[in-house]
Design a protein around this ligand. Structure first.
Ligand SMILES: Cc1cc2nc3c(=O)[nH]c(=O)nc-3n(C[C@H](O)[C@H](O)[C@H](O)COP(=O)(O)O)c2cc1C
Length: 324
């Protein structure tokens, strides 16, 4: 029975954890080995004070990294018991993982784990083909399995209402010079281990676009290369909106994203309507749901694309100092 995680187990699992998505690819996480357990913490040096003043985005990203970490440990035969926000005096630590009884991974864990290295944000137009019913069902189940809900926004008027909320949130954000400076600072036109590569930024937005694209320096598109006319838009939500709820939502987000990847689907995220408090409330009311919207996603069949870079795993590990 494993009672302590080793440096090697942490390094291998963290290499999967860092493939998680994060706002502007800031990768705001650190992994520490403490008394044989793994502490996952928000990296305060990688916060986005203007874009993410409350730390919501950093906790969603850390929750997504936590889901990958759980999967990687389980697939290696050393699953973890997880405690969220384990130290009241240190709120940056979002989770502590200690070894549970070893067991064989389930086929579901293996296929989700296999999707980690293939998942990426696909901001290009999708094919018009509808997402089949069984895949829609699997995405909803993925959110439920992590104590969250996934609302598929169905019908032209519901999608238009959501798009209007998203566009107005986008305009609010773009009027904030601090937000624009941060977004611009994380765009990468040269190879870099973090930030959003211009090649991944999707095409430049155009006035006829239904959903607002965050500008990451993308290229102009050929005439007529519009976005799919009827996108499948989904809203992920959690029961509450405490810091722990946001970590829970991050795990659910990653489970939904990996389930989509495993089903051959592409996803891009839109968080402008989550980041502007009035828009988030309008979104919640328009869905008629209890709880709190935590992410908006566009889901469909995408053109091939590429994963984005990450920092080397040793840059995000804090290992115990071995006495000389
Ligand atoms: C909390 C959060 C909010 C995000 N918001 C947006 C967004 O509004 N627009 C967008 O294009 N991507 C958004 N993303 C996706 C990130 O930009 C993306 O995960 C990051 O650049 C890494 O790229 P990858 O997802 O391809 O690995 C968001 C991701 C997270 C975790």
């Amino acid at each position: 029975m494993t009672t302590r995680y080793t440096v090697e187990q942490l390094r291998a699992a963290a290499a999967d954890a860092v493939r998680a998505p994060s706002l502007h690819n800031t990768q705001p996480w650190r992994f520490r080995l403490v008394d044989g357990g793994i502490d996952l913490a928000v990296d305060p040096l990688r916060r986005l004070p203007a874009t993410d003043p409350s730390g919501w985005g950093a906790r969603i990203a850390c929750g997504a990294a936590l889901f990958n970490l759980r999967l990687a440990l389980a697939v290696a035969g050393t699953p973890a018991t997880v405690r969220l926000r384990p130290y009241p005096g240190d709120p940056d630590v979002v989770a502590r993982l200690v070894p549970d009884a070893p067991r064989r991974p389930t086929p579901a864990e293996q296929s989700l784990h296999g999707a980690i290295g293939r998942r990426f944000s696909n901001r290009a137009p999708f094919w018009p083909d509808p997402v089949p019913g069984d895949a829609r069902w699997r995405l909803g189940e993925a959110a439920h399995a992590e104590q969250c809900w996934l609302e598929l926004v169905i019908g032209t008027s519901a999608v238009n209402a959501l798009a209007e909320i998203a566009r107005s949130a986008h305009r609010v954000l773009e009027r904030d010079p601090g937000y624009v400076t941060e977004r611009t600072r994380w765009i990468r036109s040269e190879p870099s281990p973090d930030g959003v590569p211009t090649a991944a930024g999707g095409p430049r937005s155009e006035p006829q676009d239904l959903l607002p694209q965050r500008g990451f320096g993308g290229r102009d598109r050929a005439p007529g290369r519009d976005f799919e006319p009827e996108p499948l838009v989904a809203v992920l939500g959690s029961a509450g909106n405490t810091a722990a709820d946001q970590v829970v939502a991050g795990q659910a987000l990653q489970r939904v994203l990996l389930t989509a990847t495993d089903a051959g689907l592409a996803v891009s995220m839109l968080s402008q309507p989550i980041e502007v408090p009035g828009a988030r409330e309008a979104l919640r009311l328009s869905l008629g749901r209890f709880g709190t919207p935590q992410m908006v996603m566009r889901i469909g069949f995408g053109q091939p694309g590429r994963t984005t870079p990450r920092r080397p795993v040793d840059d995000v590990l804090d290992l115990p100092v071995v006495p000389a």
